[in-house]
Ligand binder design. Structure first.
Ligand code: PBG
Length: 328
């Protein structure tokens, strides 16, 4: 009887050897926690489709951010819910907009925490599109002007990183030039470079009140069928000055993450989006899956695919589990 010379199981035979040959690590350093900020005081409004996620007023947000900082999560991503919406999304770029106020408060309390702000108009426009609508479609260049104003106002408030998520052509270059012209050459740009027109954003649109009132986002977000196009989008954003590139969503696009990682030597982020979170939470609430194990497996998969930064609503839980010394 011939026995195998190579026995891969030898490398799995104890926790010590498994630790030693483990190829992918998941660390708290990899995580960015998205947060939603709203007007008012004492507000913590649960987002129904995203258990554990809330719309916070600034006072409550500060408590939450303190908890994030205590868990050593290096960064947060802020989304704003304005007091009112209009055709041009004016609250997105007002000096006293909700995100601008929140950034000032957070940076004052936690100067070392990396504050990333989402740059988009969809939460602020009455029609829910990511830009200025002209003749039924989103006008690219006119929208860029407003995105630039938004980025400048976030930078002035103290944002460390601005993250344009609108998918207009040329917005990264315009934002970079405007930031530099205003002395903000140290503000980073994390570009939502390959952002797909995904049904997995559904719960986010409840959280941010940002569903389009007519039509869809297919004329600016990418077709889920395309991978080569993602490489062109990433290349353009790098040429325009992006510091960090992003693929979004994460789980249905692991191949895209890998492709981008192989071709570009830039820090790569992946956004584990709202619908991906909701699915896990729903199944876990039903007792159908082990939430902790599933989340750690999914995030390890995103890292194995090639992302070094993961934006995820699971970040707080994951930080806690990693602190407790859960084996990944
Ligand atoms: C804004 C924006 C969206 C998300 C991040 N920034 C929604 C969208 O494009 O409709 C989605 C995040 C998530 O689903 O968790 N444009």
């Amino acid at each position: 009887m011939a026995f195998p010379l190579q026995r891969p199981r030898r490398l799995r035979s104890s926790e010590a050897i498994r630790r030693m040959v483990r190829e992918t690590g998941l660390a708290v350093d990899d995580l960015i926690y998205p947060l939603f900020v709203t007007h008012g005081e004492g507000v913590a409004r649960p987002v129904e489709a995203m258990p554990g996620v809330y719309n916070y007023s600034i006072d409550r947000l500060l408590d939450e951010v303190a908890a994030v900082a205590r868990r050593q999560i290096p960064g947060i991503l802020l989304f704003g819910l304005p007091a009112g919406k209009d055709e041009l999304g004016t609250e997105a770029y007002s000096t006293d907009g909700i995100v601008q106020q929140a950034v000032r408060a957070i940076k004052k309390a936690h100067p070392g925490l990396l504050v990333v702000t989402d740059i988009c108009l969809c939460e602020y426009t009455s029609h829910g599109h990511c830009g200025v609508v002209r003749n039924g479609s989103v006008a690219n260049d006119e929208t860029i002007e407003l995105l630039v104003q938004t980025a400048l106002s976030h930078a002035a408030a103290g944002a460390d990183v601005v993250a344009p998520s609108d998918m207009m052509d040329g917005r990264v270059g315009a934002i970079r030039a405007a930031l530099d012209a205003k002395g903000n050459d140290q503000v980073l740009i994390m570009a939502y470079s390959a952002k797909y027109a995904s049904a997995f954003y559904g719960p986010f649109r409840e959280a941010a009140g940002s569903a389009p009132q007519f039509g869809d986002r297919l004329s600016y977000q990418m077709d889920p069928a395309n991978a080569r196009e993602a490489l062109r989008e990433v290349q353009l954003d790098i040429e325009e000055g992006a510091d960090i590139i992003m693929v979004k969503p994460a789980l249905a696009y692991l191949d895209v993450i890998r492709l981008v990682k192989e071709q570009f030597h830039f820090p790569l982020a992946a956004y584990n989006v709202s619908g991906e979170y909701s699915m896990v939470k729903a199944a876990a609430q039903k007792g159908w899956i082990d939430e902790k194990k599933v989340v750690l497996e999914l995030l390890t998969g995103i890292k194995r695919a090639g992302a070094e930064i993961i934006l995820t609503y699971h970040a707080k839980d994951v930080a806690q589990w990693l602190q407790e010394g859960v084996k990944t």
